[in-house]
Design a protein around this ligand. Structure first.
Ligand code: GCV
Length: 839
């Protein structure tokens, strides 16, 4: 089959054929004849010394990739073994002891006409092959010899939060590729494809089930299914691991207790681990979420996390398995009246006294920030406290709080910002990256874990641009020193080709996107300002306050921000080593980007950049929304150079993001305007001369409804259609000139409402509110998640023209409308959506 595909790939013409994104960055697109010339003398035989599945996979991948890119056949020599043929060959070789190469590393060398890829082990060979293919795809010369490229740390894992029923917690790209209907899927072909993508970026472990683990996970029939998944991953050098629930001895083993210090419990874990290894000999280990968000844990028996982790670790040890015990342990019933209560303190408070009490094969898995993957958080102080414990940093690829793969947000700059943060433990340089590499405190294990949550969507993550986060994560886990610019440049070339204009544009868009998103959501370290007790997507500013979840930013009429100082606040800052604590404690030195995370200040407090806090909140939201409005026009310029399918998909998402950034901007600014009572110096906030509120138009069948939270609709109200046969709104235009008309409506997933916009009875636009753009999670309310915008092409209006908007509800979607905005065509209007164009 592989051969047939290979031949087909070679016959494909050099054109912009539609691409569905399934190949990710491993497209192996055909090079032009001129570019291919540089590789014309490459040997066409691939000989492979090792005989493992991984070695064979590496050889096949090299043959496939080179054939596809260079347009002539490359073939794997039929028998495994050293290259003894006289014809020049690619020689995939395993290093000998004398080569003294670090585990999983590779290097290249030339021997006569042979190209040798020398792997420290079979994974090293595979990684070397992928690197060589990347060099060709990005038109780089193949080096004569290299020093070894070795991974920064041994643990480079991905977590999936997939449930056995096929749903995915915080998954935004369809259902699980692993599970359906309570068991492992019959067809696991996408699992193998996923393994290949992960191997190409050096990932060596995959946890396939949710950390909120199903209680049946360790049942024998489920283990049989997991064995099949492990078999699919093994050829790609990826070891399977499982999330487990600590109460399993009771639930699965029918013991009376799950107390980690009970000998019967220890015996049960030992027996269960042994059974797993008879099925999955390279099983990687367990991931544990305990005493967190309602999960059972050792506190039930007054035991410590170390005692719980160790009972799992001991039986895993002899098999080479590890325990990743999550540091995400906190009380979600905090008393919000208590000004000393602070969720950010929880990681350190729960774990620092346990340093040195874990078995050597236990690794603490710590989210990079102390809260929960907000758009900006400081690095967790726990990393600096655990000097005798191996640690991994947990990052989040799935964009739970960062636009859920409906907004483009390239997270590598954020991760690098965190990884480069110098915690100054022991008054010396201890950047986060060096702590998790095990270098700062001389720990044997450590590394990187990221939650990815790919799904059944053909292109894995829904937004074509989101794949840069998966790719970038792998690159950083291999080498956290690699610049974000280099990472995105390589990804863009692999994903969209090497044309300079394409590469320049996409690199710039991606690199700007995190700051833009932060600007129109939650600047100054305040938190993302999303609906934290709902789906974590659109604006829901007040939801963080006044409840037990502890994501407070403590806004009142005078000021805003969490006082986490030692002097007057929760004392959180004192959990950092003294030199870093001193920087955060003082208003003089605390960076603006973290100000409201660390301090409570008046709205009139002046930032280092000279703005008052309140004016900065207003300005940054306008800046962010304006920046996002440029994405679609910049992307449009690439139309001749991008295949139509991916071009249209990205364009649609960029239009959507521009509209949703305005929803964010207005909701957050209105909320702060209301609470502070301080007007915007530039008179933009709550002042929209371009707008016509839907509830002010003449309605046929539409009725006015209040929207909650109130700030997520213009004027707090919208209209819903109550007639199955459809409804309409109309009004006189009252202005003359060329305008784009933006219609702000609500798109609910369970139904495809239809809208038609008419001027003097003639339709000028029609569209369907389908479920591809607004939140991936189902939300049946009119709110900041579902508010969506459609913008027309320019139309010429005269005073007295009649504007009519017809809405046809469908299913549970009532064709609801918030307002119409008239944006002067041809100039940047105050409402930044003017830069969007007709869909
Ligand atoms: C898997 C946050 C998320 C949860 C997630 C949890 C965790 O609270 O919203 O969906 O649960 O983190 O990381 O355990």
């Amino acid at each position: 089959m592989r051969r047939v595909l290979l031949l087909l790939a070679m016959l494909l013409p050099l054109s912009l054929a539609a691409e569905d994104g399934h190949a990710g960055w491993l497209r192996y697109a055909r090079l032009s004849a001129q570019d291919a010339q540089a590789y014309a003398s490459l040997p066409q035989i691939i000989s492979v010394e090792g005989s493992s599945q991984v070695d064979r996979c590496a050889a096949q991948e090299l043959a496939h990739g080179l054939s596809s890119m260079l347009g002539h056949p490359f073939a794997v020599a039929p028998t495994a073994g050293r290259n003894t043929a006289h014809a020049p060959a690619f020689d995939l070789r395993l290093a000998s002891r004398n080569d003294a190469m670090p585990p999983e590393s590779y290097r290249f060398k030339r021997e006569g006409n042979d190209y040798v890829i020398l792997g420290a082990d079979t994974r090293g060979v595979l990684y070397g092959v992928f690197h060589l293919l990347e060099l060709v795809a990005t038109l780089q010369p193949l080096p004569k010899s290299t020093t070894a490229s070795a991974p920064a740390a041994p643990i480079r894992w991905v977590n999936q939060w997939d449930n056995l029923d096929g749903s995915i917690e915080r998954g935004y790209a369809g259902r699980s590729i692993f599970f359906d209907g309570g068991k492992v899927r019959d067809d696991l072909s996408r699992v193998s494809d996923y393994g290949r993508l992960l191997a190409s970026i050096g990932i060596n472990g995959l946890t396939v089930n949710n950390v909120n683990a199903d209680l049946r996970t360790l049942e024998p029939e489920e283990l049989a299914g997991f064995t099949r998944i492990a078999d699919e991953l093994r050829p790609w050098g990826i070891r399977l691991s499982l999330s487990i629930d600590l109460s399993s001895p009771e639930v699965v083993g029918h013991l009376k207790t799950f107390d980690p210090l009970d000998p019967a419990v220890a015996a049960w874990w030992s027996k269960t681990v042994d059974e797993i290894y008879t099925r999955i000999p390279d099983f990687a280990g367990f991931v544990v979420k305990a005493d967190s968000e309602g999960r059972p844990g050792p506190s039930h028996y007054d035991r410590t996390p170390a005692e719980a982790a160790n009972v799992l670790a001991r039986p895993l040890q002899k098999h080479g398995g590890i325990v990743l015990y999550r540091g995400f342990v906190y009380n979600h019933h905090l008393d919000w009246h208590d000004l000393k209560a602070d969720r950010a303190r929880a990681g350190y408070d729960n774990f620092h006294a346990l340093d040195g009490k874990f078995e050597p094969n236990v690794v603490l898995q710590i989210k990079h920030g102390p809260i929960d993957f907000q758009v900006r958080e400081p690095v967790s102080p726990l990393f600096a406290a655990m000097r005798h414990t191996s640690q991994t940093v947990e990052l989040e690829i799935t964009q739970e709080y960062t636009g859920q793969q409906r907004h483009m947000v390239f997270l590598v700059p954020m991760w690098k910002w965190a990884l480069d943060t110098d915690l100054r433990a022991e008054n010396r340089s201890t950047p986060l990256k060096e702590i998790v590499e095990g270098r700062s405190f001389h720990q044997p294990l450590g590394g990187f874990v990221a939650v990815a949550n790919v799904g059944m969507d053909t292109n894995w993550l829904h937004h074509p641009m989101a794949m840069a986060n998966l790719y970038g994560y792998g690159r950083l886990a291999w080498n956290p020193d690699e610049p974000a610019e280099k990472i995105i440049d390589t990804w863009t070339r692999l994903t969209f080709g090497n044309k300079p204009e394409v590469v320049r544009t996409i690199d710039a868009l991606q690199l700007e996107s995190w700051r833009d998103y932060e600007n129109y959501t939650g600047p100054l370290g305040i938190g993302t300002l999303t609906d934290i007790i709902g789906v974590h997507y659109g604006p829901g500013v007040g939801s963080a306050e006044n409840n037990g979840w502890g994501q407070w930013f403590r806004a009142d009429r005078q000021g805003v921000g969490m006082d986490r100082t030692v002097a007057t606040g929760t004392g959180y800052i004192g959990q950092y080593p003294p030199q870093l604590a001193a920087i955060y404690e003082s208003l003089k030195t605390c960076p603006d980007d973290l100000l409201l995370f660390m301090h409570h200040v008046p709205y009139t407090y002046r930032l280092h950049n000279g703005d008052t806090v309140i004016q900065h909140i207003y300005n940054s939201h306008y800046e962010g929304a304006a920046a996002v409005a440029t994405y679609a026009p910049r992307w449009l310029a690439l139309k001749p150079d991008i295949d139509p399918e991916r071009f249209e998909k990205v364009l649609e998402l960029f239009h959507y993001q521009a509209g949703h950034a305005i929803v964010w901007r207005d909701a957050v600014n209105t909320w702060f305007h209301t609470i502070s009572g301080i007007p915007d110096e530039l008179h933009r906030v709550d002042n929209f001369p371009d707008r016509m509120e839907a509830e002010s138009m003449q309605a046929d069948g539409y009725r006015t409804v209040a929207v909650t939270p109130i700030e997520t609709a213009s004027g707090g109200h919208a209209v819903e259609c109550e007639q199955g046969s459809g409804c309409s709104l109309s009004a006189k235009a009252g202005r003359s000139g060329e305008y784009r008309i933006a219609v702000q409506y609500f798109d609910l997933r369970e139904g495809n409402a239809h809208f038609t916009l008419l001027v003097n009875g003639a339709p000028i636009a029609a569209w369907t509110a389908d479920d591809t753009l607004p939140p991936a999670s189902n939300d049946l309310k009119l709110d900041g998640h579902t508010s969506t915008r459609y913008t027309t092409m320019p139309v010429l209006l005269h005073p007295g023209d009649t504007i009519t908007l017809r809405g046809m509800p469908d299913g549970k979607d009532p064709a609801a409308i918030d307002y119409l905005s008239f944006l002067p065509a041809g100039k940047q209007a105050t409402d930044t959506a003017s830069a969007t164009t007709m869909r």
